[in-house]
Design a binder for this molecule. Structure first.
Ligand SMILES: Nc1ncnc2c1ncn2[C@@H]1O[C@H](COP(=O)(O)OP(=O)(O)O)[C@@H](O)[C@H]1O
Ligand SMILES: [Mg+2]
Length: 270
């Protein structure tokens, strides 16, 4: 399979940048605000975005949230942390020739690998070439040092992480972050699989800030056009009921916009 799972630039829509008045962009701004409240005690300087499996919207959400944060005046660095399926660069139309892999192996400085974007205050450190030993690289001392150095350069570092269940990378990286957002995709992530991902993160001591339910259904062939909702784990109800609450509130996301590709749906939103 091609690097990045065969995805291309057109597969990613930066609604926050291109359709800032759309409900989808507004939802990202709400997510941004919710995260500020979720992290009142410990400042959120390194935020990890992950999900149980592939294709659930991690990269899409990482990229759009990064834009939304930069739009509010924060200086943001977003890192392509999925070294096995590097696609973050695609969302911004950037190159992936040099990136995190090269920085971690010591070939390149982060200064040389960091790329500016067309959004003010937003920089991307793409994943770089797929290495033979991603887990080892991500667990290295160099990765810890790099995050410490990047934190000095900006207000928030967002990591577009690999999935939780397939490999150990996300768990390892979650320990280097101040908080984790777990993406759950409607119709894609089975309930027990989402639960397993959450438990696995908890086992490694990750601080899960909440869930983002991404309203994409591949099964039905319909797209719920970039709809997502954020659910806090600390909003006053019992922690153990998060899946119940999620289920109850999924109705809110089921706002089907039509039997269309994301593109057609985007047209409607304008
Ligand atoms: N809410 C959504 N609406 C429409 N398309 C989406 C949505 N979320 C993700 N996609 C698309 O699904 C594909 C997989 O998303 P991606 O963000 O790469 O997932 P992951 O990083 O979890 O593998 C991409 O082509 C992306 O554009
Ligand atoms: Mg991804």
């Amino acid at each position: 399979m091609a690097p990045g799972n065969g995805r291309k630039h057109e597969d990613y829509i930066l609604v926050t940048r291109d359709e800032p008045k759309s409900p989808a962009a507004e939802a990202y701004r709400t997510l941004r605000t919710n995260l500020q409240f979720a992290a009142l005690d410990t400042p959120l300087r390194v935020l990890l975005i992950t999900s149980a499996g592939p294709g659930e919207g991690k990269t899409t959400i990482a990229a759009n949230l990064a834009v939304a944060m930069a739009q509010s005046g924060s200086k943001v660095i977003v890192i392509g942390g999925d070294l096995r399926k590097p696609t973050l660069h695609l969302a911004f139309g950037l190159r992936n020739t040099v990136g995190l892999t090269n920085v971690l192996t010591g070939n390149v400085s982060w200064e040389a690998a960091l790329q500016p974007t067309d959004v003010d205050g937003l920089y991307v450190l793409p994943a770089g070439p797929i290495p033979p030993n991603p887990a080892e690289l991500l667990a290295s001392t160099r990765m810890q040092e790099l995050l410490a150095e990047l934190k000095e350069q900006c207000d928030v570092v967002i990591i577009d992480a690999p999935p939780v269940l397939a490999v150990t990378d996300a768990g390892v990286m979650s320990r280097l972050s101040d908080g984790v957002l777990l993406v759950i995709s409607v119709g894609v992530t089975p309930r027990d699989v989402a639960k397993a991902a959450k438990e696995q993160l908890e086992q490694v001591g990750a601080r899960i800030l909440g869930m983002v339910v991404n309203g994409l259904s591949s099964e039905s062939g319909y797209y719920y056009y970039y709809y997502h909702r954020y659910y806090s784990l600390e909003d006053g109800t019992r922690r153990s009921t998060w899946l119940e609450r999620l289920k109850n509130r999924l109705g809110a996301v089921r706002r089907r916009v039509g039997p269309a590709s994301a593109e057609t749906a985007a047209g409607r939103e304008r």
